[in-house]
Structures are given as structure tokens and as C-alpha cells.
Design a protein around this ligand. Structure first.
Ligand SMILES: Nc1ncnc2c1ncn2[C@@H]1O[C@H](COP(=O)(O)OP(=O)(O)OP(=O)(O)O)[C@@H](O)[C@H]1O
Length: 365
């Protein structure tokens, strides 16, 4: 574990019924901690009548319960459906309507999973909440996990700073392959269970269908696809169905490959251009969450590494403070497909997350 904790402390484990969080519960139990399992139900699957699975199905809750039974620990189920719908699903839909590409996991982690769930775990007497995230907490500060491919610090970078005092990521030093092996070795019943899907509440990751269902089709709004030079080259079905960098599915036949380079939701236009036009040297990040620093001024005029999407490489950049809640990042090399609505996460050389902000769209590009 990333922290030495007194054995008489109580640790609540956030249990999804999956491999990672089950391994966390086994590890902590084996180390002699007093643990409690908590599973939250945050989505009732209103998106369709099919039998395809989204998150927190009854099966998942039962899996979590059985793992807790195997370990002889108590298991709580807490319902955050209302909060999740108001805080995460609404944001997800609105952001698409506004021409952004939202990141619901980031908002869920801040508001629900590592917000309300931490508060709930305190209420039931726990000192800490442990999850199966691939990230690390060192001296109450968030760091990138050791498994670079699986690292989830990006998704955790908007969690309120104070909450890291009560959060543990016991598998942050491991990689997923090892965790699966460990699960088998420890006899965890769900050791072979599939990884969860990309966006837990969207069936089969079909976000377009989800948006159509949730807005009663109102999100469907025909408009023009226009090149950066102003040439109309096709029709689109609504800016929400496109994302920056997209090439496939545009339905355009043109003399050269075209990519989505901007979404103009105000004028209901999808702007396309060459691959080269996708590269930018700057971005503006807003709604800054400070983590590895005390004051925002500490981020002014410093060099750091930035990820502009969860599976991004690290880009070297210099930060400049615009105001109390706005930072401009200037990259040493151009970055492809910077996408408004996604997060810009600022990392120190050793993986410490300094802070993060949402990438602003429109004029900032
Ligand atoms: N419904 C839930 N209830 C409680 N905790 C959850 C729930 N969903 C996810 N978590 C917690 O958040 C962590 C990261 O969630 P994520 O969706 O990334 O799952 P994952 O990487 O597939 O992990 P797992 O194998 O544990 O499902 C989980 O390991 C678990 O601790």
C-alpha cells in the first residue's frame, strides 16, 4: 500500500463487483485491517429496454456481496442514482449539446465516487475509503499509477484536494496483468470477470444512441459540414455526434482525407480540415482544481508535463496564469486533436498531479 496505516483503523472498500476492487478487499483483509465493503448503485439503466448491461447491475451488486461474504465482512449498498443523474448524466448531455466532448468519469469521481462515497464511508465509521484505481496517493497527494497504460490519475484529477486525506489506492503500484494473477492466486471468485466498459452508464459504449434516447431525439439536428476555408462538403446529424480528430463516419467524399477540427454548436456546423490543422501549440484550461500545489500562483511560469486526454502521452509545456481559474499552456511541440471538454492534467516530472482544468473550446483554440 502507498501509506502506512494503523491496523486499528477501519477501511471501507468501494466494491464494484469487479476484479480490481475485490483484490483490494482481499489484500487489506490479509494485511489485518478492519474492512467494510460498499457498493453504490448510481445508474438504473434508463437508456433502453434491451438486456445489454451497463454498470451497477444486480449481478455486479451480488458479485460484490459474495466477495464480502467470502471475506466475512459487512457489505453496504448505497443508492446515488438521483445525484448521479443530476451531477453526471445531465453534465454529459449538456456538454455534448454545447459542442464539447465531456468526460463523465472525471465528474463522477469528483462528485460521486470520491465525493459522496467518501462522505458515506465516514458516516458508517470508516477512516478511509479504498478503491481499485490505478493511481497513487503519497503524503495525501495524487500521483500517476505505475502501470502507465492503465494509469487513472487523469480521471481523478478533479477530486477535491482534501479528500485525498481519506483515500487509498492499494493497487496503484501494480499493473493489471499482475492484479488478475493475484486475484486467481488469492482465490477471488471474480478473477476472470471482464474489465468494465468505457463509460459505465452507456450501453455498449454507444453514446449516440444514449443521447438520442435521453433527449427524445432532440439532439438530432441536421447541419452543414464545412471546411476551414468555408467550403460546404456535406451534411451532419448534430454536432453532438462528432468529436475532434474524427475521420470515419463523416460521409464525405473529398479529394483528400478530412478530419473534424472544430465543432461550432452555436451555428450548428461541423468544421473539417487536414490532419495538420489538428495540431495546436496552446490550450486554455478552466475550472482549475489544485492538487500538488497550495496556490494557483505556483503554477504560473512553470514547465510541466500535460495529458490532454486519458490515453495521451505526456507533452512538455509551459503554464501561464490568466486569472484565478484559467491557465494557458504552451506546448514545446504541437499536440494533435486537443478536444474541448476533456481535461488538461498537469504532472510534475515524478508523476505528482499538480492540478487540472477543463479544456476550453471556441476562441481558445
Ligand atoms: N458501483 C460501484 N460501487 C462502488 N465502487 C465502485 C463502483 N464502481 C467502481 N467503483 C470503484 O472505483 C474503482 C475504479 O472503477 P472503474 O470503473 O475504473 O473499474 P475497474 O477498473 O473495472 O475496477 P473493478 O475491476 O474493481 O471493477 C473500482 O475499482 C472500485 O473501487
Amino acid at each position: 500500500m502507498d501509506k502506512i496505516i494503523n491496523k486499528n483503523k477501519t477501511i471501507a472498500v468501494a466494491m464494484s463487483g469487479g476484479v480490481d476492487s475485490s483484490v483490494v478487499a482481499y489484500m487489506l483483509k490479509k494485511e489485518g485491517y478492519n474492512i467494510i465493503g460498499i457498493t453504490m448503485k448510481h445508474w438504473g439503466g434508463e437508456d433502453s429496454g434491451d438486456n445489454n448491461k451497463t454498470c451497477c447491475s444486480l449481478d455486479d451488486i451480488y458479485d460484490a456481496k459474495r466477495v464480502c461474504d467470502d471475506l466475512g465482512i459487512s457489505h453496504y449498498v448505497v443508492n446515488f442514482e438521483k445525484e448521479f443523474k443530476e451531477e453526471v448524466v445531465k453534465y454529459f448531455i449538456d456538454d455534448y449539446i454545447n459542442g464539447n466532448t465531456p468526460n463523465p468519469c472525471v465528474v463522477c469521481n469528483r462528485k460521486i465516487k470520491l465525493g459522496k462515497l467518501v462522505d458515506f464511508s465516514k458516516k458508517i465509521g470508516a477512516d478511509f475509503l479504498a478503491t481499485g484505481h490505478y493511481a497513487k496517493v503519497i503524503n495525501e497527494k495524487l500521483y500517476m499509477g505505475d502501470d502507465v497504460k492503465k494509469d487513472q490519475a487523469y480521471f481523478l484529477s478533479q477530486v477535491k484536494k482534501d479528500y485525498f486525506k481519506s483515500i487509498l489506492f492499494p493497487i496503484g503500484n501494480y499493473n493489471k496483468t499482475y492484479v488478475r494473477e493475484l486475484a486467481k492466486e488469492l482465490g477471488v471468485r471474480v478473477y476472470a470477470k471482464k474489465d468494465s466498459q468505457e463509460i459505465c452508464f452507456v450501453e455498449n459504449d454507444d453514446y449516440k444512441k444514449f443521447l438520442m434516447n435521453m433527449t427524445d431525439g432532440k439532439i438530432f439536428k441536421n447541419g452543414e459540414i464545412v471546411t476551414t476555408k468555408g467550403e460546404v462538403v456535406g451534411k451532419h446529424k448534430g454536432t453532438a455526434f462528432y468529436t475532434i480528430g474524427q475521420r470515419k463516419g463523416l460521409g464525405i467524399s473529398y479529394s483528400k482525407p478530412l478530419y473534424v477540427v472544430d465543432l461550432d454548436s452555436k451555428n450548428n456546423r461541423v468544421i473539417v480540415g487536414d490532419n495538420e490543422e489538428l495540431f495546436r501549440n496552446k490550450l486554455i484550461a478552466i475550472k482549475i482544481n489544485l492538487l500538488g500545489v497550495e496556490k494557483i500562483e505556483e503554477l504560473d511560469n512553470i514547465y510541466c508535463n500535460i495529458k490532454t486526454r486519458s490515453r495521451d502521452i505526456l507533452h512538455r509545456a509551459k503554464l501561464k496564469l490568466i486569472d484565478e481559474n484559467k491557465i494557458e499552456a504552451s506546448f514545446e511541440l504541437g499536440v494533435r486533436a486537443i478536444t474541448p471538454g476533456q481535461l488538461a492534467v498537469f504532472y510534475r516530472e515524478d508523476g505528482l498531479v499538480l492540478g487540472s482544468g477543463f479544456i476550453e473550446g471556441g476562441k481558445s483554440l
